[in-house]
Design a protein around this ligand. Structure first.
Ligand code: PMP
Length: 350
Protein backbone atom coordinates (compact mmCIF):
# COMPACT_ATOMS: atom_id res chain seq x y z
CA UNK A 1 0.00 0.00 0.00
CA UNK A 2 1.29 3.44 -0.86
CA UNK A 3 0.10 6.68 0.61
CA UNK A 4 0.08 8.03 -2.95
CA UNK A 5 -2.61 5.58 -4.09
CA UNK A 6 -6.22 6.61 -4.54
CA UNK A 7 -8.91 5.07 -2.35
CA UNK A 8 -9.91 2.92 -5.34
CA UNK A 9 -6.38 1.53 -5.80
CA UNK A 10 -6.20 0.74 -2.07
CA UNK A 11 -9.54 -1.04 -2.05
CA UNK A 12 -8.95 -3.30 -5.07
CA UNK A 13 -8.25 -7.01 -5.06
CA UNK A 14 -6.74 -7.26 -8.56
CA UNK A 15 -7.32 -10.27 -10.78
CA UNK A 16 -4.40 -12.67 -11.02
CA UNK A 17 -4.33 -14.11 -14.56
CA UNK A 18 -3.46 -17.79 -15.08
CA UNK A 19 0.31 -18.13 -15.06
CA UNK A 20 2.19 -18.16 -18.36
CA UNK A 21 5.41 -20.00 -17.47
CA UNK A 22 8.18 -20.02 -20.06
CA UNK A 23 9.44 -23.56 -19.67
CA UNK A 24 10.38 -25.79 -22.57
CA UNK A 25 8.51 -29.06 -22.96
CA UNK A 26 5.75 -27.87 -20.69
CA UNK A 27 2.29 -29.41 -21.06
CA UNK A 28 0.36 -26.23 -20.47
CA UNK A 29 -3.29 -26.99 -19.74
CA UNK A 30 -4.12 -24.09 -17.43
CA UNK A 31 -5.52 -21.14 -19.39
CA UNK A 32 -7.84 -22.66 -22.00
CA UNK A 33 -5.92 -21.64 -25.10
CA UNK A 34 -6.45 -23.58 -28.31
CA UNK A 35 -3.91 -26.37 -28.83
CA UNK A 36 -3.97 -25.67 -32.56
CA UNK A 37 -2.71 -22.61 -34.38
CA UNK A 38 -4.91 -19.83 -35.74
CA UNK A 39 -6.06 -19.83 -39.34
CA UNK A 40 -3.00 -19.55 -41.63
CA UNK A 41 -4.97 -16.85 -43.46
CA UNK A 42 -5.14 -14.86 -40.21
CA UNK A 43 -1.39 -15.23 -39.67
CA UNK A 44 -0.75 -14.03 -43.22
CA UNK A 45 -3.08 -11.04 -42.76
CA UNK A 46 -1.37 -10.10 -39.46
CA UNK A 47 2.07 -10.29 -41.09
CA UNK A 48 0.90 -8.20 -44.00
CA UNK A 49 -0.67 -5.58 -41.72
CA UNK A 50 2.50 -5.48 -39.64
CA UNK A 51 4.71 -4.99 -42.67
CA UNK A 52 3.05 -1.86 -43.94
CA UNK A 53 1.27 1.19 -42.63
CA UNK A 54 2.08 0.64 -38.97
CA UNK A 55 3.07 4.31 -38.69
CA UNK A 56 -0.56 5.17 -39.34
CA UNK A 57 -3.31 5.00 -36.74
CA UNK A 58 -5.78 2.16 -37.30
CA UNK A 59 -9.44 2.69 -38.16
CA UNK A 60 -10.77 3.86 -34.76
CA UNK A 61 -14.12 2.22 -35.44
CA UNK A 62 -12.90 -1.13 -36.79
CA UNK A 63 -15.58 -0.77 -39.48
CA UNK A 64 -14.31 -3.58 -41.73
CA UNK A 65 -14.12 -6.00 -38.79
CA UNK A 66 -17.57 -5.02 -37.59
CA UNK A 67 -18.91 -5.57 -41.11
CA UNK A 68 -17.29 -9.03 -41.26
CA UNK A 69 -18.73 -9.99 -37.86
CA UNK A 70 -22.15 -8.58 -38.78
CA UNK A 71 -22.18 -10.72 -41.94
CA UNK A 72 -21.01 -13.76 -40.02
CA UNK A 73 -23.74 -13.46 -37.39
CA UNK A 74 -26.49 -12.08 -39.67
CA UNK A 75 -26.89 -8.84 -37.71
CA UNK A 76 -26.30 -5.21 -38.68
CA UNK A 77 -22.91 -3.52 -38.08
CA UNK A 78 -24.64 -1.21 -35.56
CA UNK A 79 -25.21 -4.34 -33.45
CA UNK A 80 -21.47 -5.11 -33.14
CA UNK A 81 -18.94 -3.76 -30.65
CA UNK A 82 -15.24 -4.74 -30.70
CA UNK A 83 -12.46 -4.47 -28.12
CA UNK A 84 -9.00 -5.72 -27.11
CA UNK A 85 -10.09 -9.12 -25.91
CA UNK A 86 -13.45 -9.84 -24.37
CA UNK A 87 -12.11 -8.70 -20.99
CA UNK A 88 -12.02 -5.18 -22.39
CA UNK A 89 -15.44 -5.58 -23.98
CA UNK A 90 -16.73 -6.74 -20.59
CA UNK A 91 -15.16 -3.71 -18.89
CA UNK A 92 -17.17 -1.46 -21.20
CA UNK A 93 -20.32 -3.49 -20.49
CA UNK A 94 -19.80 -3.24 -16.72
CA UNK A 95 -19.52 0.56 -16.93
CA UNK A 96 -22.17 1.18 -19.58
CA UNK A 97 -24.81 -1.41 -18.71
CA UNK A 98 -24.31 -3.31 -15.48
CA UNK A 99 -24.02 -0.49 -12.94
CA UNK A 100 -27.59 0.00 -11.76
CA UNK A 101 -29.44 0.87 -8.58
CA UNK A 102 -30.21 -2.83 -8.03
CA UNK A 103 -27.14 -5.03 -7.42
CA UNK A 104 -25.64 -6.91 -10.36
CA UNK A 105 -26.21 -10.68 -10.19
CA UNK A 106 -23.88 -13.45 -11.30
CA UNK A 107 -23.23 -17.07 -10.21
CA UNK A 108 -21.19 -17.53 -7.03
CA UNK A 109 -18.82 -19.79 -8.96
CA UNK A 110 -17.98 -18.10 -12.25
CA UNK A 111 -15.38 -16.11 -14.18
CA UNK A 112 -13.31 -14.43 -11.50
CA UNK A 113 -12.96 -11.17 -13.40
CA UNK A 114 -16.58 -10.21 -12.68
CA UNK A 115 -16.05 -9.42 -8.97
CA UNK A 116 -12.79 -7.67 -9.88
CA UNK A 117 -14.59 -5.30 -12.25
CA UNK A 118 -17.26 -4.73 -9.61
CA UNK A 119 -14.48 -3.58 -7.26
CA UNK A 120 -12.87 -1.37 -9.89
CA UNK A 121 -16.08 0.28 -11.05
CA UNK A 122 -17.76 0.31 -7.65
CA UNK A 123 -20.70 -1.90 -8.64
CA UNK A 124 -22.83 -3.51 -5.94
CA UNK A 125 -23.32 -7.22 -6.66
CA UNK A 126 -25.05 -10.30 -5.30
CA UNK A 127 -23.66 -13.79 -5.99
CA UNK A 128 -26.35 -16.34 -6.86
CA UNK A 129 -25.33 -19.84 -5.69
CA UNK A 130 -25.04 -22.58 -8.30
CA UNK A 131 -27.11 -25.70 -7.61
CA UNK A 132 -25.54 -28.71 -5.87
CA UNK A 133 -24.65 -30.08 -9.31
CA UNK A 134 -22.86 -26.77 -10.01
CA UNK A 135 -25.46 -25.59 -12.53
CA UNK A 136 -27.16 -22.26 -13.09
CA UNK A 137 -30.86 -22.58 -12.26
CA UNK A 138 -32.93 -20.01 -14.23
CA UNK A 139 -35.51 -20.04 -11.40
CA UNK A 140 -32.91 -18.27 -9.23
CA UNK A 141 -32.94 -15.30 -11.62
CA UNK A 142 -36.42 -13.84 -11.16
CA UNK A 143 -36.87 -10.12 -11.90
CA UNK A 144 -34.19 -8.03 -10.16
CA UNK A 145 -30.88 -6.31 -10.92
CA UNK A 146 -28.82 -6.77 -14.12
CA UNK A 147 -27.29 -10.19 -14.81
CA UNK A 148 -24.06 -11.56 -16.27
CA UNK A 149 -23.03 -15.19 -16.65
CA UNK A 150 -20.78 -17.19 -18.96
CA UNK A 151 -22.40 -19.86 -21.10
CA UNK A 152 -20.91 -22.42 -20.81
CA UNK A 153 -19.98 -21.34 -17.30
CA UNK A 154 -16.33 -21.12 -16.25
CA UNK A 155 -14.64 -22.89 -14.56
CA UNK A 156 -17.34 -25.61 -14.48
CA UNK A 157 -17.85 -25.99 -18.25
CA UNK A 158 -21.56 -26.60 -17.67
CA UNK A 159 -23.89 -25.40 -20.41
CA UNK A 160 -27.22 -23.70 -19.93
CA UNK A 161 -29.71 -24.80 -22.61
CA UNK A 162 -30.92 -22.01 -24.85
CA UNK A 163 -34.50 -22.19 -23.56
CA UNK A 164 -33.16 -21.66 -20.03
CA UNK A 165 -31.20 -18.60 -21.25
CA UNK A 166 -34.39 -17.32 -22.80
CA UNK A 167 -36.30 -17.95 -19.55
CA UNK A 168 -33.83 -15.68 -17.71
CA UNK A 169 -34.29 -13.02 -20.42
CA UNK A 170 -38.06 -13.30 -20.30
CA UNK A 171 -38.08 -12.85 -16.50
CA UNK A 172 -35.80 -9.78 -16.72
CA UNK A 173 -36.97 -7.60 -19.64
CA UNK A 174 -36.13 -4.33 -17.85
CA UNK A 175 -32.45 -4.87 -17.05
CA UNK A 176 -29.40 -5.72 -19.19
CA UNK A 177 -28.50 -9.41 -19.35
CA UNK A 178 -24.96 -10.19 -20.55
CA UNK A 179 -24.18 -13.72 -21.75
CA UNK A 180 -20.40 -14.27 -21.96
CA UNK A 181 -19.97 -16.84 -24.73
CA UNK A 182 -16.17 -17.19 -24.52
CA UNK A 183 -16.54 -21.00 -24.86
CA UNK A 184 -19.78 -21.37 -26.85
CA UNK A 185 -18.10 -22.78 -29.98
CA UNK A 186 -17.37 -26.12 -28.29
CA UNK A 187 -20.90 -27.48 -28.44
CA UNK A 188 -23.25 -24.84 -27.05
CA UNK A 189 -26.13 -23.06 -28.72
CA UNK A 190 -25.51 -19.32 -28.99
CA UNK A 191 -27.92 -16.69 -27.71
CA UNK A 192 -27.04 -14.34 -30.60
CA UNK A 193 -30.23 -15.21 -32.55
CA UNK A 194 -32.20 -13.95 -29.52
CA UNK A 195 -30.87 -10.37 -29.72
CA UNK A 196 -33.60 -9.29 -32.13
CA UNK A 197 -36.33 -10.33 -29.70
CA UNK A 198 -34.55 -9.16 -26.54
CA UNK A 199 -33.19 -5.59 -26.71
CA UNK A 200 -31.69 -6.08 -23.21
CA UNK A 201 -29.42 -8.97 -24.31
CA UNK A 202 -25.70 -8.50 -24.91
CA UNK A 203 -23.63 -11.51 -26.01
CA UNK A 204 -19.84 -11.28 -25.68
CA UNK A 205 -17.38 -13.38 -27.68
CA UNK A 206 -13.62 -13.79 -27.92
CA UNK A 207 -11.03 -14.72 -30.57
CA UNK A 208 -8.83 -16.13 -27.77
CA UNK A 209 -10.21 -19.67 -27.56
CA UNK A 210 -11.85 -21.29 -30.59
CA UNK A 211 -10.03 -18.93 -32.97
CA UNK A 212 -6.64 -19.51 -31.32
CA UNK A 213 -5.73 -15.81 -31.24
CA UNK A 214 -5.32 -15.15 -27.49
CA UNK A 215 -2.10 -13.25 -28.19
CA UNK A 216 -3.82 -10.87 -30.61
CA UNK A 217 -6.40 -9.61 -28.08
CA UNK A 218 -9.71 -9.38 -29.93
CA UNK A 219 -13.17 -9.71 -28.45
CA UNK A 220 -16.60 -8.44 -29.44
CA UNK A 221 -20.18 -8.10 -28.38
CA UNK A 222 -23.46 -8.48 -30.27
CA UNK A 223 -26.66 -6.87 -29.06
CA UNK A 224 -29.35 -4.37 -29.91
CA UNK A 225 -28.10 -1.12 -31.47
CA UNK A 226 -29.30 0.57 -28.29
CA UNK A 227 -26.96 -1.44 -26.05
CA UNK A 228 -24.05 -1.18 -28.50
CA UNK A 229 -24.42 2.59 -28.57
CA UNK A 230 -24.03 2.62 -24.78
CA UNK A 231 -20.77 0.66 -25.07
CA UNK A 232 -19.48 3.04 -27.78
CA UNK A 233 -20.20 6.04 -25.57
CA UNK A 234 -18.01 4.58 -22.84
CA UNK A 235 -15.26 3.50 -25.27
CA UNK A 236 -15.06 6.90 -26.91
CA UNK A 237 -14.76 8.53 -23.51
CA UNK A 238 -11.40 6.95 -22.73
CA UNK A 239 -10.14 4.58 -25.41
CA UNK A 240 -11.03 5.81 -28.85
CA UNK A 241 -8.67 3.48 -30.79
CA UNK A 242 -9.79 0.00 -29.89
CA UNK A 243 -7.75 -2.38 -32.05
CA UNK A 244 -4.39 -2.10 -33.81
CA UNK A 245 -4.03 -2.73 -37.52
CA UNK A 246 -2.71 -6.32 -37.20
CA UNK A 247 -5.56 -7.21 -34.82
CA UNK A 248 -8.26 -5.85 -37.13
CA UNK A 249 -6.75 -7.58 -40.18
CA UNK A 250 -6.12 -10.89 -38.41
CA UNK A 251 -9.60 -11.05 -36.91
CA UNK A 252 -11.25 -10.40 -40.30
CA UNK A 253 -9.21 -13.17 -41.95
CA UNK A 254 -10.05 -15.54 -39.10
CA UNK A 255 -13.79 -14.95 -39.46
CA UNK A 256 -13.47 -15.62 -43.16
CA UNK A 257 -11.79 -19.01 -42.67
CA UNK A 258 -14.72 -21.15 -41.58
CA UNK A 259 -13.19 -24.57 -42.45
CA UNK A 260 -10.14 -24.03 -40.22
CA UNK A 261 -12.37 -22.85 -37.36
CA UNK A 262 -14.79 -25.77 -37.64
CA UNK A 263 -12.02 -28.31 -37.93
CA UNK A 264 -10.14 -27.13 -34.83
CA UNK A 265 -13.34 -26.98 -32.74
CA UNK A 266 -14.26 -30.53 -33.84
CA UNK A 267 -10.80 -31.82 -32.91
CA UNK A 268 -10.96 -30.21 -29.46
CA UNK A 269 -14.45 -31.66 -28.86
CA UNK A 270 -13.29 -35.17 -29.86
CA UNK A 271 -10.28 -34.94 -27.51
CA UNK A 272 -12.51 -33.60 -24.72
CA UNK A 273 -14.73 -36.68 -24.98
CA UNK A 274 -11.66 -38.94 -24.87
CA UNK A 275 -10.28 -37.05 -21.85
CA UNK A 276 -13.62 -37.23 -20.04
CA UNK A 277 -13.70 -41.03 -20.48
CA UNK A 278 -10.05 -41.51 -19.54
CA UNK A 279 -10.44 -39.45 -16.35
CA UNK A 280 -13.69 -41.25 -15.46
CA UNK A 281 -11.89 -44.57 -15.86
CA UNK A 282 -9.33 -43.35 -13.29
CA UNK A 283 -12.12 -42.69 -10.78
CA UNK A 284 -12.52 -38.94 -11.37
CA UNK A 285 -15.92 -37.31 -11.26
CA UNK A 286 -16.01 -35.24 -14.43
CA UNK A 287 -18.67 -32.56 -14.96
CA UNK A 288 -20.29 -32.64 -18.40
CA UNK A 289 -18.39 -29.95 -20.33
CA UNK A 290 -19.44 -27.90 -23.33
CA UNK A 291 -16.15 -25.96 -23.26
CA UNK A 292 -12.51 -26.57 -24.20
CA UNK A 293 -11.71 -27.70 -20.67
CA UNK A 294 -12.99 -30.25 -18.19
CA UNK A 295 -13.69 -29.73 -14.50
CA UNK A 296 -12.99 -32.85 -12.49
CA UNK A 297 -12.28 -34.10 -8.98
CA UNK A 298 -11.10 -37.36 -7.51
CA UNK A 299 -12.97 -38.56 -4.42
CA UNK A 300 -9.77 -39.87 -2.83
CA UNK A 301 -7.25 -37.15 -3.78
CA UNK A 302 -7.21 -33.43 -3.02
CA UNK A 303 -7.08 -31.12 -6.05
CA UNK A 304 -4.16 -29.13 -4.63
CA UNK A 305 -2.08 -32.28 -4.15
CA UNK A 306 -2.76 -33.55 -7.66
CA UNK A 307 -2.03 -30.15 -9.24
CA UNK A 308 1.27 -29.91 -7.35
CA UNK A 309 2.28 -33.47 -8.32
CA UNK A 310 1.47 -32.81 -11.99
CA UNK A 311 3.51 -29.65 -11.85
CA UNK A 312 6.56 -31.65 -10.76
CA UNK A 313 6.21 -33.40 -14.11
CA UNK A 314 5.90 -30.10 -16.02
CA UNK A 315 2.13 -30.52 -16.54
CA UNK A 316 0.27 -27.38 -15.54
CA UNK A 317 -3.46 -27.49 -14.75
CA UNK A 318 -5.56 -25.03 -12.79
CA UNK A 319 -6.63 -25.63 -9.21
CA UNK A 320 -9.10 -23.24 -7.58
CA UNK A 321 -8.76 -22.62 -3.86
CA UNK A 322 -12.40 -21.64 -3.48
CA UNK A 323 -15.21 -22.92 -1.24
CA UNK A 324 -17.21 -25.82 -2.80
CA UNK A 325 -14.77 -26.37 -5.68
CA UNK A 326 -11.52 -26.78 -3.75
CA UNK A 327 -11.24 -30.44 -4.83
CA UNK A 328 -11.59 -29.71 -8.52
CA UNK A 329 -9.02 -29.37 -11.27
CA UNK A 330 -9.76 -27.43 -14.43
CA UNK A 331 -7.91 -29.03 -17.27
CA UNK A 332 -7.68 -27.40 -20.70
CA UNK A 333 -8.20 -29.79 -23.61
CA UNK A 334 -4.80 -29.89 -25.30
CA UNK A 335 -3.62 -31.98 -28.24
CA UNK A 336 -4.20 -35.76 -28.09
CA UNK A 337 -0.55 -36.17 -27.08
CA UNK A 338 -0.77 -33.61 -24.28
CA UNK A 339 -3.94 -35.18 -22.89
CA UNK A 340 -2.39 -38.66 -23.08
CA UNK A 341 0.65 -37.36 -21.15
CA UNK A 342 -1.68 -35.93 -18.50
CA UNK A 343 -3.64 -39.16 -18.17
CA UNK A 344 -0.41 -41.22 -17.93
CA UNK A 345 0.87 -38.95 -15.18
CA UNK A 346 -2.42 -39.22 -13.28
CA UNK A 347 -2.41 -43.02 -13.54
CA UNK A 348 0.64 -43.02 -11.31
CA UNK A 349 -0.95 -40.61 -8.83
CA UNK A 350 -4.46 -41.97 -8.18
N1 PMP B 1 -14.82 -14.71 -20.33
C1 PMP B 1 -14.48 -15.89 -19.81
C2 PMP B 1 -15.55 -16.73 -19.19
C3 PMP B 1 -13.15 -16.32 -19.84
O1 PMP B 1 -12.79 -17.49 -19.29
C4 PMP B 1 -12.18 -15.51 -20.46
C5 PMP B 1 -10.73 -15.98 -20.57
N2 PMP B 1 -10.01 -15.91 -19.41
C6 PMP B 1 -12.58 -14.27 -20.96
C7 PMP B 1 -13.90 -13.91 -20.91
C8 PMP B 1 -11.61 -13.28 -21.53
O2 PMP B 1 -10.98 -13.67 -22.67
P1 PMP B 1 -10.20 -12.63 -23.59
O3 PMP B 1 -10.01 -11.34 -22.81
O4 PMP B 1 -8.92 -13.30 -23.91
O5 PMP B 1 -11.08 -12.41 -24.77
Amino acid sequence: MSRFWSDTARRLTPYVPGEQPKLDKLVKLNTNESPYGPSPRAVEAIQHAASEDLRRYPDPNSDALKAALARYHSVSPAQVFVGNGSDEVLAHAFIALLKHAAPLRFPDITYSFYPVYCGLFDIAHTPIPLTDSLEIDPADYAAGGPIIFPNPNAPTGRLLAIDAVEAILAANPDVPVVVDEAYIDYGGESAIPLVDRHPNLLVTRTFSKSRALAGLRVGYAIGSAELIEGLERVKNSFNSYPLGRPAQAGAIASVEDEPHFRDSCARVIATREWLDQALTALGFEVLPSAANFVFARHPAHAGATLAAALREQAIIVRHFKLPRIDDYLRITVGTDEECAALVDALKALV
